[in-house]
Design a binder for this molecule. Sequence first.
Ligand SMILES: [Zn+2]
Length: 248
Amino acid sequence: MNVLAVGANPDDIEILCAGTLAAYAKQGDRVAMCYVTTGDKGSAELPAWKIAAIRREETEQSAAIIGADLYPIGLPDGEVEVVPGMRRKLVEIIRKVKPDVIITHHPADYMSDHTNTSRIVSDAGFWALAGGFEGDTEVTRQNRTAGEPAASPPVAIRPQVYFMDTLAGIGFVPEEYVDISDVMQLKMKMLSCHRSQITHMKNQACVDLLDFIKTSTRYRGYQCGVEYAEGFILERKFLTVRAKRTLP
Ligand SMILES: [Zn+2]
């Protein structure tokens, strides 16, 4: 299976679904990680270009831990909007990755980059299927291998979309759980790559990011009778529902 995780800001995927991605990778599935923004507002001290470069390196290190392909889109933090250009970018990435499953933010998560990413991904999953929807973007040009044609043919099936947990689980009642106990160390290792944000969250919000995520996943684990878990809700739309479970 092909799996695509789309997080608004660098580190969101690690915070909310890296255990599940590690479990997919462990069972032999191909995993891709897409970040919509550069994370350029992730420091109170460093200039935008510098923190963005640091965070790009952090995401590369994290993705390498599970052998995931990276698809950074490169918007500034706080500027994710539901516009046709963004839908096109996501359609191109979906056509490149051909995911069976996409994991992204819940539509009611805590801020606009997350909620707008959720909406864009949901719509793009449908339009990736539509024959008349054409285009090519810098992202796909960068990720295209030599000799591969530029055209982006529609995907054969509409990918399922799973919404990952909200930050601190606020307003989110999981419908499905993934037992990540066996891969918890990998999740924490991926999250630990985001050194700049571990410091930033401590300074800005007095939040210990590693403890926060360990506690959240332990809590979800208690809910389903395992040590650590991540929770999800399937987006139920025409052509996205399957007869068999696709989460690991
Ligand atoms: Zn975020």
